[in-house]
Design a protein around this ligand. Structure first.
Ligand SMILES: CC(=O)N[C@H]1[C@@H](OP(=O)(O)OP(=O)(O)OC[C@H]2O[C@@H](n3ccc(=O)[nH]c3=O)[C@H](O)[C@@H]2O)O[C@H](CO)[C@@H](O)[C@@H]1O
Ligand SMILES: C=C(OP(=O)(O)O)C(=O)O
Length: 441
């Protein structure tokens, strides 16, 4: 079993570059299935396990997919006849596989995709996706672990109100509505930057979408879409994670390839706890304070504080002076990292949907297990300031969403390595794209 070993106590200094956003590239790659003509070329694609998984899903559906991991580019040709069934083996690895439902249903009037089920952060149903398809005239059948959606002819434009601004439902409905007959409006739509990125890509493919990024999105359906070229937006959560790494170690790090507009809530919280943030020409400089102040944080849909930054901020608040309360409102069960922080000697407790953190914890290195992607990152962050050696296991979660985090932190001065089951160091080493592909696929 691979592990990351961190020895705490090093201040981080230097420059780090952020990759393209995982949560933008996955829907964009899924949307490429709608193009019945031409090729799509997607650039700034992060070399992540999730990207390999979605590429396999697309190939399995009969699309031609070429991933140049060295150039961070994916080419997709979906013009030949596609299959319309996505099996469980992919959906199990990555819930975002359900994003092929909308494109396939819109293009072929049929899609049969394994039900994703829950995961470590909550039950994560897809009822809002399905209600949206039903409103557009699709028949939905759930059985034998699959969800099948069918429509005779084209989907019909509809007025859809989402009970909550679900990111995935907004994306799936927006993709389906692009080829529907007539106008679809999505009210109470998710406003995340990744929604805007997807809408921009669909519009380049010939769709007619306005209002993405606001709570009402209007989609005028068109008869067909074609391939297009698109560059993925920077990953705001990876950026936020490195900002916290700089802050927690009292370091001074320039985080490059950042869209500061996408990080307003995170930047404002960091400033509130005493971190200095300066916008520079190529990125954002983050300077950690002598002493961090405690604060309260509530996760909310965008533009509120992102749930995907909750565990990293929790790590930061472990070292703040005073008591902090972190409240999770987006997912029902996203506190699995709390137990792991406790193993590191943190004084922290869960009360309902909140976590109360006593500040100025003397963290101690321990063996801890990552329970989900962001929990993995937060344990590494805590390890950066713990006394002695922290070993983080269950790295499959981390690899879904962070490219070479060990190499990047080591380059900033962290004492960190990744080792294999025989304790041989495997990162940071110069890793070629081929080696990476072999390891991840
Ligand atoms: C690949 C991707 O982009 N993942 C992101 C996406 O996940 P994802 O798209 O799954 O998240 P949603 O916005 O859909 O989920 C938000 C909440 O709505 C609930 N819900 C959602 C759909 C539905 O049909 N019914 C329902 O009840 C979920 O259980 C959850 O409690 O947005 C989340 C919220 O910002 C992020 O944490 C994830 O990193
Ligand atoms: C929860 C996340 O992703 P996913 O929706 O792919 O599980 C995440 O990126 O933190």
């Amino acid at each position: 079993m691979e592990k990351i070993i961190v020895r705490g106590g090093q201040q981080l200094n230097g420059t780090v570059k952020v990759e393209g956003a995982k949560n933008a590239v996955l829907p964009v790659l899924a949307a490429s299935l709608i193009a019945s003509e031409g090729k799509s070329v997607i650039t700034d694609v992060p070399v992540l396990a999730d990207v390999y998984t979605i590429n396999e899903v697309l190939r399995n559906l009969n699309a031609e997919v070429t991933f140049d991991a060295e150039q961070n580019t994916v080419e997709i040709d979906a013009s030949r006849r596609l299959r319309t069934e996505a099996p469980f083996e992919y959906v199990r690895k990555m819930r975002a596989s359900v994003l092929v439902l909308g494109p396939l249903l819109a293009r072929y009037g049929h899609a049969n995709v394994a039900m994703p089920g829950g995961c470590a952060i909550g039950s994560r149903p897809i009822d809002l996706h399905l209600k949206g398809f039903e409103a557009m005239g699709a028949d939905i059948h759930v059985g034998n672990g699959f969800v099948e959606a069918k429509v005779d002819g084209r989907l019909k434009g509809a007025k859809i109100y989402l009970d909550m601004p679900s990111v995935g439902a907004t994306e799936n409905i927006m993709m389906a509505a692009s080829l529907a007959d007539g106008v679809t409006t999505i009210e109470n739509a998710a406003k995340e930057p990744e929604i805007v990125d997807l809408a921009n890509y669909l519009n380049k493919m010939g769709a007619d979408i306005v209002g993405a990024g606001t709570e009402t999105i209007r989609i005028q359906g068109v008869e067909k879409l074609h391939g297009a070229t698109h560059t993925i937006i920077p990953d705001r959560i990876e950026a936020g994670t490195f900002m916290v790494a700089a802050a927690i170690t009292g370091g001074n790090v320039l985080v490059e390839n950042v869209e500061t507009e996408h990080l307003r809530s995170v930047i404002s919280k960091l400033e509130e706890v005493g971190v200095t943030i300066k916008e520079e020409e190529t990125g954002v400089r983050v300077i950690g304070p002598q002493e961090l102040k405690a604060t309260d944080i509530k996760t909310l849909p965008y533009p509120g504080f992102p749930t995907d930054m909750q565990s990293q901020m929790m790590a930061l608040m472990l070292k703040a002076n005073g008591t902090s309360v972190l409240t999770e409102t987006v997912f029902e069960n996203r506190f699995m990292h709390v137990e792991e922080f406790r193993r590191m000697n943190a004084k922290i407790k869960i009360e309902g949907r909140s976590v109360i953190i006593e500040g100025l914890n003397d963290l101690q290195g321990a063996e801890v297990a990552a329970t989900d992607l962001r929990a993995a990152a937060s344990l590494i962050l805590a390890g950066l300031v713990a006394e002695g050696r922290t070993r983080v296991t269950q790295l499959k979660h981390l690899d879904r969403g962070y490219v070479n985090i060990v190499g990047k932190l080591a380059a900033l001065g962290a004492d960190i390595v990744r080792v294999d089951e025989n304790d041989n160091v495997i990162e940071p080493l110069p890793v070629t794209a081929e080696e990476k592909i072999a390891k991840l696929s």
